[in-house]
Design a protein around this ligand. Structure first.
Ligand SMILES: Nc1nc2c(ncn2[C@@H]2O[C@H](COP(=O)(O)OP(=O)(O)OP(=O)(O)O)[C@@H](O)[C@H]2O)c(=O)[nH]1
Ligand SMILES: [Mg+2]
Length: 416
């Protein structure tokens, strides 16, 4: 019944210290989830009902029928099916559907809900239409990119005429070839093309076309399931890290704004010591986001990063660099504020980099010279940061609003 691995208990809220990342990798209950995508009316919900052997999903003609994501399963199937709203040609619907699907997957990872992961895609095309618009391929690609590498099977629904089958396959191959010739770096990979009839199709009182090839679709799905699990596991890791990085980055943006306020207080020289409690709290919160609770690990990272900040401020290097930005029209207190903000921002990004590596198990933290790492990351990040500050100043008549600094700089760092 569950041929794709042992059923595992997914436990929530366990001690997430070192196991957090591994825990997320092993999300698997022995069943895979197939997401159905395709234009509205092509027969996604009908195909789901045919697989289930009962009419659970609503189907129909005229206006689009399915408008929310729903998961279907039956004891006799080794896969769940995720029904989606059909692709429509107006931008608003595309955007909404695309967002709903991305949110659904992220929720799956965040809530550790195996029912919301995506292991495979059935990309459904109406076999009677004889058209494949390139925008549908772009849509499928953009949805599947969150779940990079999960197998995609192209299903020609309503394949009532076996004679036209070959023509449809050729049309699909041509359309994919055309798409891929324009997207050589990130092509759309289709693992199989299967024409199906999901439901009896009456032609007249005497003749009708019987359902066909559903068994082939199940067979192909089973065959590709191990790859689907492997790829989905990788995607889960990326999504999980992306979620954590997004959370950590908003902590950094908040701390940057707070540091600007602290730095703006008129003090003879920008004093690193006043930023220590703020940056320590920021890095503590980031460590917590990554589920790292061991104090020795946190302290060695926090202390090394603080040292970089203090050295930079004490040496006034940053302040002097800021003064060199041509046209920067800032009073001393603003420069102090921006210096404090930049140092705090850099400290935040450096600690994100470090805690993320610890979380992913990519480093044995005792074997790393965190101080050397902190200095090297700081010099890596600074040119980009200074460039962003300069181009912001250029666009705003040399005036930098310290309140916007955090958001401005966070644009430099990818969310995923
Ligand atoms: N007889 C027959 N009708 C089919 C078949 N596949 C789809 N249809 C009909 O096509 C119409 C649209 O099918 P749906 O399953 O509602 O399409 P959908 O892709 O779910 O559409 P949205 O929910 O709007 O995205 C319905 O009237 C179905 O009965 C089939 O294999 N045989
Ligand atoms: Mg539907």
């Amino acid at each position: 019944m569950f041929p794709f691995g042992d059923k595992k208990e997914i436990s929530l809220g366990q001690n997430r210290d070192k196991s957090g990342y591994e825990e997320i990798i092993d999300m698997n209950d022995g069943r895979i989830n197939v997401m159905l995508l395709g234009t509205s009316g092509c027969g996604k919900s009908t195909l789901i009902n045919a697989m289930l052997g009962e009419e659970k999903a609503e189907t129909g003609i005229g206006d689009p029928v399915t408008n929310a994501i729903a998961v279907y399963q039956s004891d006799s199937l080794p896969f769940r099916m995720i029904d989606t709203a059909g692709y429509e040609f107006d931008f608003f619907h595309q955007h909404k559907t695309r967002n709903d699907i991305a949110k659904f997957g992220k929720e799956g990872v965040r809530q550790k809900n195996v029912e919301k992961l995506i292991h495979m895609i059935w990309f459904c095309i109406d076999g009677t239409v004889k058209r494949i618009d390139q925008s549908v391929l772009s849509y499928i690609k953009s949805v599947s990119d969150d779940w990079k590498g999960v197998p995609i099977i192209l299903v020609f629904t309503k394949s009532y005429s076996e004679i036209e089958e070959e023509e449809n396959v050729r049309m699909a191959k041509d359309a994919i070839h055309k798409y891929n010739s324009k997207h050589t770096k990130n092509p759309l990979v289709i693992e199989g093309i299967i024409p199906v009839v999901a439901k009896l199709y009456p032609i007249n009182e005497t003749f009708s076309v019987a359902p066909r090839n559903l068994d082939k679709l199940v067979e192909k799905t089973n065959e590709l399931a191990p790859k689907g699990i492997r790829m989905a596991n990788n995607a889960v890791k990326d999504i999980d890290v992306g979620i954590k990085r997004g959370m950590a980055q908003s902590i950094v943006v908040g701390a940057t704004t707070a540091a600007c306020a602290v730095g703006a207080i008129p003090i003879p020289t920008p004093d690193a010591a006043v930023l220590v409690p703020l940056q320590t709290a920021m890095m503590g919160a980031i460590a917590k986001t990554y589920g790292i609770r061991e104090n020795s690990q946190i302290n060695s990272i926090v202390n090394s990063v603080l040292k970089v900040g203090m050295t930079t401020i004490a040496g006034r290097t940053l302040l002097n660099q800021l003064k060199l930005i041509p046209g920067l029209n800032a009073a001393g207190s603003v420069l102090n504020a921006v210096t404090a903000g930049i140092v705090t921002f850099a400290a935040g990004e450096i600690s994100i980099n470090m805690f993320e590596r610890v979380y992913k198990g990519n480093v044995e933290y005792k074997a790393v010279d965190w101080e050397a790492e902190a200095f090297s990351l700081f010099s890596n990040y600074m040119p980009g940061i200074m460039k962003a500050v300069k181009s912001y100043a250029d666009k705003h008549d040399g005036v930098i609003d310290p309140k916007k600094l955090g958001d401005l700089l966070s644009e430099l760092f990818p969310k995923k």
